[in-house]
Structure formats: structure tokens, C-alpha cells
Design a protein around this ligand. Sequence first.
Ligand code: HEC
Ligand code: HEC
Length: 338
Amino acid sequence: MKVFQNLVRRLLALVIALFSLMLIVLFGIIFYERSEPLPEEIIVDWDAEILVLNNPVVDNEVKEGFLLLNASSQYMGPLNKDPKQRYSGNNLSCTNCHLNGGTMSGAASWIGIVDRFPQFGGRANKQGTLVERINGCMERSMNGKAIPEDATQMKAMIAYMNWLDKGIPKLNTKNFKGYPKIEAPTFAVDMEKGKSIYTIECIVCHGQNGEGVRYNDTKKGYQYPPLWGSDTYNDGAGMNRVLTAAAFIKNNMPYLQASWENPKLSDEEAYHVAGYINSFPRPKKANKELDYPDKKLKPVSTPYGPWTDNFSSDQHKYGPFPPIIEFYKERFNLIKSK
Ligand code: HEC
Ligand code: HEC
């Protein structure tokens, strides 16, 4: 009888021990999952050193792509020692407009870009590839020449854009293509207002004459990029359209003070200052009259002709744009926003 009682007691102890162990394992699993969220739920700040350049899991080709995009002047522009490696014509970097390595929402982010191409583009009036879109910015925003599709530079830039889609932890809660649009004001750009906004909000970084600020290290490009003059985007660039520039400025400038979630300037202020910076001379793109073979697809604030309407070139450059937008809606049933 005593032996039997002992056996029962031991069995009971064993069951309790096993049960406790199960509980510990169960809590362990729950606790572990709670303290270590799934990788795609981690939202990190953009830091090129940590995420790209010193990240051991990132391919060299992706790193090279990042350098081309982020220090373009050194790697594929006027500061490259080998003339054969020079494609961009000014000392800007792609990421001067596509902020934070092309990951910033509201600054024409490259997240998802690979899947968005091929895409119809009115400027050439055909389905365009990502290579052609990049070269659009090369020939206009970078005032340079097209990079061949099979060049290592082009492949590296696209490898980086591919990696943005697949390799990078979640950076922004929202992502959309292009710029959040602004409401086109019903009046023309006021140069005096533009000048005064520029003086208060922009001059400290971009300079009295829009010339920007170079790095002390002459091997590098700009700390604050130029907005007009000979070393910036040319007159065929998207940024030379007042409505496009205003949308960029409202969502991104003054630098580090404004974001798409929390802009500093109003639509109207961004519009006046965009008109002001685009009123100064800049490099000229050749053969612009060939852009938009189907002229009615030309964005309303494209400042160079020919157009399919009778509005003046001044109105295409400085507005007011609502009458032009209305004309295309009534005449061609086209909805235009830039
Ligand atoms: C605190 C400094 C600072 C201020 C103030 C500032 N910017 Fe910028 N701006 C920058 C920097 C830096 C970049 C490039 C961003 C990058 O490379 O990440 C830039 C980029 C730009 C660009 C695109 C690149 C180019 O050269 O065309 C435009 C356009 C621009 N700024 C316009 C403005 C306007 C207009 C204002 C005033 C409303 C303004 N910025 C205020 C620092 C500034
Ligand atoms: C002066 C500013 C500027 C610079 C510099 C610049 N871009 Fe752009 N980029 C733009 C603008 C403006 C757009 C059109 C955005 C819009 O209207 O939605 C654009 C669009 C693009 C797009 C298409 C984005 C989309 O969502 O469809 C790609 C890709 C691109 N740029 C790549 C580049 C590359 C690569 C470089 C450097 C070789 C570069 N850009 C340099 C201003 C610039």
C-alpha cells in the first residue's frame, strides 16, 4: 500500500513538473514573440551608413548604385577624373531631389519604382522603361547625357532601386509616387512675394544668387545644391515647371523643417517662391520643341512651346493655371494637375 502511495505521489510530482515546464515554454514563446517584433514591423530612420554602406548583407553592386545616386558628381559627373565616366553635366546628386537615398515620401520616392515601369510617358508619347526614365533625369535634372542600358553604372543604380523594394526595412508608413499635388492658385506668381519668401526661408542655404554652397572638400559636390545659374537642372527639367517645383518645395523645403506630413509653406507661398527661383537663367536643353509629340499631353506649366492652346508663354510659366487646366478639360476631356 505504501509503495503504491509513493508511486502515486511521484507520478503526481512528475505531472506537475511537466505541466510547469509546458507553462514556462508557452510563456517563453509568447514573451519572446512580443519582445521581438517581426522585421517588417520595425520602422527605422534613414541612415545610409548603417543601412547601406556598412551593411554586410548588402551587395557591392547595390552600394555602388547608392554612391552613383548620392554623390553623382564624383562618381558619374564633372568631378570624376575619367572623362569617359562623366555622364551628368552639373554637380548635383540625384538624391538632392529624391531625398534620403530616394526613400522619402513626398520627394518622388523610388520605393516601388521598379514595379511601376514600364509606364506611359507623355514627354516621349510612348511606354517608357525605367532606364529611359532615369535618363530623362540625366539629360534634364542633371543636365547631362543618357547612360547606356548595359553600362555598369545603369545596372548598379537599378540594382539599388531593386534593393530598396526588397532589402530595406520599413522606413515610411505611407508611400506614394511623385509629389502630393498642390492646389493651383487662381492668380499668377507674384515675384515680390516669391523674393521675400526666398529671403526669409531659403537664402541661408541656397545663397543670394541661388548658387548653393560647395563642400570645403573640393573633391565633393554641394552641401546645399544650387537652384539657378549654370550648375543646376536645365530648362527642360520637371523642376523648371512651377507647379512641379511648388509641390516639391511645399513637401520638402525648407530642408529638415518641412515634410509631406508637416509642410511649412502654404500652397501659395510654395508657388510664389517656385516661380521666383525658376525666373532666373539656367542651362538650356537642346531640342525641347520635340518633347511631347502629342502636344495636348504637355503639362500646363511647361514653360516652353509649342502648345496646343493660345495661352501666352508667360502664362504657361507663371500662371494663372486654372484657365489652362479648364481649357484642356473642356476641349480634350483631359484632367491636368501640373
Ligand atoms: C537648411 C538648409 C536649407 C533651406 C533653408 C532650404 N533648403 Fe532647399 N535644399 C537643401 C538641401 C540640403 C537640399 C538637398 C537635399 C539632399 O540632398 O538631401 C535642398 C534641395 C532643394 C531643391 C532641389 C535640388 C536643387 O538644387 O534644385 C530645391 C528646388 C530647393 N531645395 C528649394 C528650396 C527652397 C525654395 C527653399 C525655401 C523655401 C529651400 N530650398 C530652403 C537645403 C535647404
Ligand atoms: C533637380 C531635381 C531632380 C534631380 C537632380 C533628379 N531628379 Fe528624378 N525626378 C525629378 C522630378 C521633378 C521627377 C518627377 C516627379 C513627379 O512629377 O511626380 C523625377 C522623377 C524621377 C523618376 C520617376 C519617379 C516616379 O515615381 O515615376 C525616377 C526613376 C528618377 N526621377 C530618377 C532620377 C535619377 C536616377 C536621378 C539622377 C541621375 C534623378 N532622378 C535626378 C527631379 C529630379
